[in-house]
Design a protein around this ligand. Structure first.
Ligand SMILES: C[S@@+](CC[C@H](N)C(=O)[O-])C[C@H]1O[C@@H](n2cnc3c(N)ncnc32)[C@H](O)[C@@H]1O
Length: 342
């Protein structure tokens, strides 16, 4: 630790918080790996700047505005935690489990699961992320968080019950993906589970990213998504003898008081979540919402059979329904998930 310079004081303060408030998670940190971890982040951080603040060319602030709504993605996030749970039953999660959300952003997954399950069963979750801004935001919500790259975890071997790489795995460059999976394997206890979640190449979500987000977001979005065999090879090569790959429903769901309300929440969310701010240069405020609505309706169409999926996972298109006095808008997405057991 003596080699650290002044810029590393924030990192040290993150460690101090863990040491004081989250002692079980702190006990998993491998202090000897920290200097290499910090050095690696310095070397590669410019490649991963999309989620930093706007003044450094990122879209982190608007992304986090969207994440204030912690119910929109709760179905998919609940599915991920179910897959991680003993016997895949979410009620089997327990407070003695230690999990890592390695692309954790501002801690959304921790916030969502805390909102879904009883606090006495809540696992201890360490949020790590390569973005300093994301980790700062997580800390503000009292979420245990540390700035680490998924490719090099300053975490001890055989320490964790579960590792999640989700909602952004495509941001890891292809040549570095196996390394991230090997790190997940290394830090898991025997019997621990790894979730490798993304959206399949050529799927509606991948097309949305490639044709809409890449064109209209201020950062662009030129990333390669995953396919079945790629996930299989990472799981196998990183050491998992037992693994499976599944498709998982992962919709966006909005509830509100009227059709106009859910439509506005929806387009506002997509605008911020994907930073589609180049549209604002071409269109007025209302038009931007209309254009986003039309684009979402065009891209998020799931003809499950035609997509080669064995079952219908949920809605086929963006749908608005009345439920009692309330309205609900649901946008279908299907994720591909590799589940490895060490
Ligand atoms: C789409 S965001 C998802 C954040 C959060 N999990 C959520 O669902 O809102 C992807 C996150 O992955 C982070 N990220 C990208 N590459 C990473 C890497 N190699 N190591 C750690 N974090 C990384 C980004 O900084 C960003 O915060």
């Amino acid at each position: 630790m003596t080699n650290l310079d002044i810029n590393d004081t924030i990192f040290i303060s993150e460690l101090e918080i863990l040491k004081e408030k989250f002692t079980d998670l702190y006990s998993c940190i491998d202090l000897e790996k920290i200097p290499v971890s910090i050095q690696l982040i310095k070397e590669i951080e410019s490649e991963f700047a999309d989620f930093e603040s706007a003044d450094t060319g990122g879209r982190g602030e608007v992304y986090r505005i969207a994440q204030k709504n912690i119910t929109v993605r709760s179905e998919g996030i609940k599915n991920i935690f179910s897959l991680l749970s003993p016997n895949e039953k979410i009620e089997n999660l327990s407070s003695d489990m230690k999990l890592l959300d390695a692309l954790g952003g501002d801690g959304l997954l921790t916030k969502v699961i805390s909102n879904i399950i009883d606090s006495k069963n809540l696992p201890q979750i360490l949020t790590t992320d390569i973005s300093a801004d994301m980790i700062n935001a997580a800390k503000k919500h009292n979420i245990p968080a540390l700035r680490l790259a998924a490719q090099y975890l300053a975490i001890k071997d055989y320490c964790l019950d579960g590792v999640i790489l989700a909602y952004g795995t495509h941001h890891i460059p292809v040549p570095q993906r196996l390394e991230a999976c090997k790190e997940a394997y290394r830090v898991l206890k025997k019997g621990g589970k790894f979730i490798l979640h993304d959206f399949e190449s050529c799927s509606p979500v991948a097309n949305w990213f490639q044709e809409v987000v890449h064109k209209y977001s201020l950062t662009g979005h030129d990333f390669s998504h995953f396919d079945y065999n790629e996930i299989k090879s990472y799981l196998y090569k990183s050491g998992f003898e037992s693994f499976k790959i599944e498709y998982m429903y992962d919709p966006f769901i909005f509830t509100g008081n009227s059709i106009a309300d859910v439509k506005f929440q929806f387009t506002d969310y997509l605008h911020n979540m994907y930073g589609l701010y180049k549209l604002d240069l071409q269109f007025g405020e209302q038009e931007v919402h209309d254009v986003i609505y039309q684009l979402a309706n065009k891209y998020f169409v799931y003809d499950y059979q035609q997509l080669g999926l064995s079952q219908s996972f949920g809605k086929k298109t963006v749908k608005i329904n009345q439920i009692g006095q309330r309205w609900q808008l649901e946008m279908p997405r299907v994720a591909i998930v590799g589940i490895g057991i060490k």
